[in-house]
Design a protein around this ligand. Structure first.
Ligand code: AMP
Ligand code: GLY
Length: 425
């Protein structure tokens, strides 16, 4: 099969690396890709926002399946346009991707299906939103409705902070994403991520992970796209996973099917494990980044088979096999990320590192002749396997010590929560 992979981050490098292992693969193209993806795929110069150009490329090359990594093309309806042109694509339609594209949409699905989630109000005027937060008091969570690259959420510990967040949304800080605001009750507990594949009617559980969203050690500093992750998430025990499938995932899939907008693709549930049980914080409609990197490291099944089963509606008879071991991914970012940072600094020392226990996925790199250059905020994802998180973490950080990139930094405490659990048994 000939595949086209859309995206350019560490998630897409991990997907490309896993897809390249499939015996069914005959050609892999990536748009726009990065220097790591280029090791296993042919990069193509395609504007992925130009759907007609993507369709033209697929017809020209005889592409059998398009795999969409990031959310923006999904929300823009790339999968719909590919399907309308008679092409196969992995990922949700524009309508189903509203589970990520609109927080109010997801809250509506939760109401309709009785899915456990934080109580909320939704507002399209500043005064009504301010009156609501004043009535509710802090702590309280203020969210811009639309996609805001992870920056549209304020967990306000004081009323003043909540008022400021409401005002910022309605003053246009998040553009169109903030024209509507969702205000939620503050949930207390441990967060975990759960990934499933769906073919529109059936959901296949994949695996669990936890990530680290803050930039600096000790969960300090600004929010980022994610500075590291590990899988599995020990807090999500088998009985809890069964509960999440029954109370959250399956009702969501059933509701979207009933509405005539079935969800196909990866559903990524951000969960809070509260004293009353698991509650849905948010959905994403794609693999997490860097959660995908740890999932791919643990996946034993053929990824291409699984993605095709989602597209073709045969997940009920599919299964996914995983290594029992733990995987961890540590993000190396350019100094200054998530604020301003330099591009084009040289990275050395990666070649000897890869082994059957370690992969350095590229998140933002490009080649300049024979030189490897940083080309983004998050640049490398040093990803390792181990018998437990402690062992995987040592392998990852030993590799980081060997990487020669003075302009990069990483958190030194990725996996701390799981390591603390392992130490206390
Ligand atoms: P979201 O983009 O909706 O995942 O929110 C970003 C982060 O804000 C989450 O990963 C949580 O850490 C936090 N958060 C979101 N909603 C809530 C909530 N209702 N209660 C507590 N924390 C929340
Ligand atoms: N790591 C968080 C995300 O992919 O949304």
């Amino acid at each position: 099969m000939k595949l086209l992979l859309i995206g350019s981050g560490g998630r897409e490098h991990a997907l490309a690396w896993a897809l390249a292992k499939s015996p069914r693969l005959t050609a892999l193209y990536a748009a726009p890709g990065n220097a790591g993806i280029a090791q296993v795929a042919e990069l193509c110069d395609l504007d992925v926002a130009d759907h007609q150009a993507v369709i033209g490329f697929c017809k020209d090359k005889g592409i059998d399946l398009v795999v969409v990594g990031p959310e923006a093309p999904l929300v823009a309806g790339l999968v719909d346009d590919l399907e309308a042109a008679g092409l196969k694509a992995f990922g949700p339609s524009k309508a189903a991707a509203q589970l990520e594209g609109s927080k109010a949409f997801t809250k509506g699905v939760c109401d309709e299906a009785g899915i456990p989630t934080a109580g909320y109000g939704r507002f399209d005027s500043r005064d009504a939103a301010l009156a609501y937060v004043r009535e509710k008091g802090a702590p309280i969570v203020v969210k811009a409705d639309g996609l805001a690259a992870g920056k549209g959420v304020v967990v306000a510990m004081s009323l003043a902070e909540a008022e400021e967040a409401v005002t910022a949304c309605f003053e246009g800080t998040f553009g169109a994403a903030g024209a509507e605001v969702v205000i939620e009750d503050f949930l207390q507990g441990e967060e975990a991520s759960f990934f499933v594949l769906s073919d529109g009617t059936h959901a296949l559980a994949l695996a669990t992970a936890q990530d680290h969203k803050r930039a600096f050690d000790g969960d300090e500093g600004p929010n980022t796209g994610g500075m590291g992750a590990y899988s599995p998430a020990p807090v999500l025990t088998d009985p809890l996973i069964a509960e999440v499938m029954k109370t959250i995932i399956e009702p969501t899939i059933a509701t979207l099917a009933k509405r005539g907008t079935p969800f196909k693709g990866v559903l990524y549930a951000g969960l809070m494990i509260t004293a009353e049980g698991p509650k849905l914080i948010e959905y994403n409609t794609r693999f997490g980044d860097p959660e995908c990197q740890v999932l791919m490291m643990r996946l034993k099944s053929d990824l291409l088979d699984l993605l095709l089963a989602s597209v073709e509606g045969t997940l009920a008879t599919a299964s996914a096999r995983w290594r029992d071991e733990a995987a961890i991914s540590v993000v190396m970012a350019a100094r200054g990320y998530p604020g301003t940072y330099a591009k084009g600094t040289e990275i050395r020392g990666l070649e000897p590192l890869a082994s059957d226990r370690l992969e350095v996925f590229h998140a933002g790199t490009k080649m300049d002749g024979a030189r490897l250059l940083a080309n983004g905020g998050r640049v490398l994802n040093v990803t390792a396997l181990g018998s437990n998180v402690q062992e995987a973490r040592k392998t990852a950080y030993d590799a980081i010590d060997a990487i020669d990139w003075p302009e990069g930094f990483c958190r030194t405490d990725i996996g701390w929560r799981a390591v603390a659990r392992e130490k206390t048994g």
